[in-house]
Design a protein around this ligand. Structure first.
Ligand SMILES: Nc1ncnc2c1ncn2[C@@H]1O[C@H](COP(=O)(O)OP(=O)(O)O)[C@@H](O)[C@H]1O
Ligand SMILES: [Mg+2]
Length: 427
């Protein structure tokens, strides 16, 4: 079987790593890939949003299955285009991907089908939005409706912050049409967790629950990033909570989409807040979470290929799925300045000792191969994955390995997984 993975981050390196272990896979391609991926897969020179070029490549290389990483490609309709051209692809249609690409669509769907989420209202008019925010008061959450690369949500602790957010989105239009419509939402309190399930539109096959760290600095402080680390399985999700999430949130969402004539195939990712009033949805994503999937896939014992195949073929009900016991953590190594401006082209040293370890992996994100060496080529550069019998061991392996890796301006959080340890890691 020939597989094409679309994307260029740590998520895609993890997918390529896992898929290439399958006895069913004869060749694996990645478009556009990155430095590390170029060693595991054949890279294809087509951007993740260059849909026609991707479909051409899938045709000419006789790809049997394409797996999509980034939401932008899904929101642009990569699945619709591939299916129209008779190419097999894993992911939701453009219309079903609205679950992520329009927060107003997602909130209205939840309301209509009684799926637990915070109170909210949708606005196209800044005047009306301001009046509503004044009426409810802070704390309150203001969200751009459209895709903003994870920067469109403002959790406001004061009224003036919330009013400022409305100005930025609707008057200054910092995210262009993505912020023309906004959702104003009740602020929920609790622990956040990411629940990803595979679904063929009817059945849900849950992956291990994960938690990520979005903030740049230790103690979950500082600006939001694409994610500075993740770990799985999240201990906060016990068996009873997992059942509650499946029955009250995941399955009702899948059924709701089907009732709306938008059957969902692919990975459904529910970003949840575990409130004192039960789990509630913060948002949905329609693809593998990055970095979460980097901490989930190393624990998947089963072959991933039959699972993806069964999603595409709509026969997930009988698909076996086994997990390793133990814990997995992902620590992101970023460039100084990220998520703002940062320098690239810095030589990366010290990766060699980890090439053949089972309990330690390095997934590449913003890297490039420059002759025989790797250089940094993005904000998030590398992901160091530690596996262990428990989080303590997994974290020790990851952090010990990090001591030997270096590039100019390398930054990382020292406290990944602190909630899982129930106490901050002191290093
Ligand atoms: N209603 C809410 N209450 C509290 N925190 C929220 C709420 N909605 C979002 N957040 C916080 O903001 C982050 C980003 O919001 P999210 O809805 O996931 O949008 P996006 O990922 O598109 O930026 C969440 O991970 C969560 O930490
Ligand atoms: Mg989110």
């Amino acid at each position: 079987m020939r597989i094409l993975v679309v994307g260029s981050g740590g998520r895609e390196d993890a997918l390529v790593w896992k898929l290439s272990q399958s006895p069913e896979v004869e060749r694996i391609y990645c478009a556009p890939g990155n430095g590390g991926i170029s060693e595991r897969a054949e890279v294809v020179d087509a951007g993740a949003e260059d849909l026609e070029a991707l479909a051409d490549a899938a045709e000419s290389k006789e790809i049997d299955l394409t797996v999509v990483g980034p939401e932008s490609a899904l929101a642009k309709g990569i699945v619709d285009l591939f299916e129209k051209r008779g190419l097999r692809i894993f992911g939701p249609s453009k219309a079903a991907a609205r679950l992520e690409s329009s927060k107003a669509f997602a909130k209205n769907l939840m309301k209509k089908y009684h799926i637990p989420t915070g109170q909210f209202a949708v606005f196209d008019d800044p005047q009306a939005a301001r009046a509503y925010v004044r009426q409810l008061g802070a704390p309150i959450v203001v969200k751009a409706d459209g895709l903003c690369g994870g920067k469109g949500t403002i959790v406001a602790s004061t009224l003036s912050e919330a009013l400022g957010a409305i100005d930025l989105l609707m008057e200054d239009r910092i995210f262009k049409q993505a912020g023309e419509r906004i959702v104003v939402e009740e602020r929920l309190a609790g622990e956040e967790v990411s629940v990803l399930v595979m679904t063929d539109g009817v059945t849900a096959l849950p992956l291990l629950p994960a938690q990520d760290h979005k903030r740049l600095h230790d103690g979950d402080k500082g600006p939001n990033t694409g994610g500075m680390g993740a770990y799985a399985p999240a201990p906060v999700v016990d068996a009873a909570t997992a059942t509650q999430i499946t029955e009250q949130i995941i399955l009702p969402t899948i059924r709701a989409l089907a009732s709306e004539g938008l059957p969902f195939k692919g990975v459904l990712y529910a970003g949840l807040m575990l409130t004192s009033d039960g789990p509630k949805v913060l948002e949905y994503n329609v693809r593998f979470g990055d970095p979460e999937i980097q901490a989930i896939l190393p624990l998947l014992k089963s072959d991933l290929v039959p699972i993806l195949d069964d999603v595409v073929e709509g026969r997930l009900a009988t698909t076996p799925c086994e997990w390793e016991s133990g814990s997995c953590v992902c620590v992101v190594l970023a460039s100084h300045g990220y998520p703002g401006d940062f320098a690239i082209g810095k030589e990366i040293r010290g990766l060699e000792p980890f090439a053949d370890r089972r309990d330690l992996l390095v997934f590449h994100a913003g890297t490039k191969k420059d002759r025989e060496r790797f250089v940094s080529w993005g904000g998030r550069v590398l992901n160091v994955i530690g596996l262990g019998v428990d989080f303590e061991q997994a974290l020790k392996r990851a952090y010990d390995a990090i001591q030997t890796i270096s590039f100019d301006g390398m930054c990382y959080r020292k406290d990944i997984g602190f909630r899982a340890l129930k106490k901050p890691v002191s290093r």
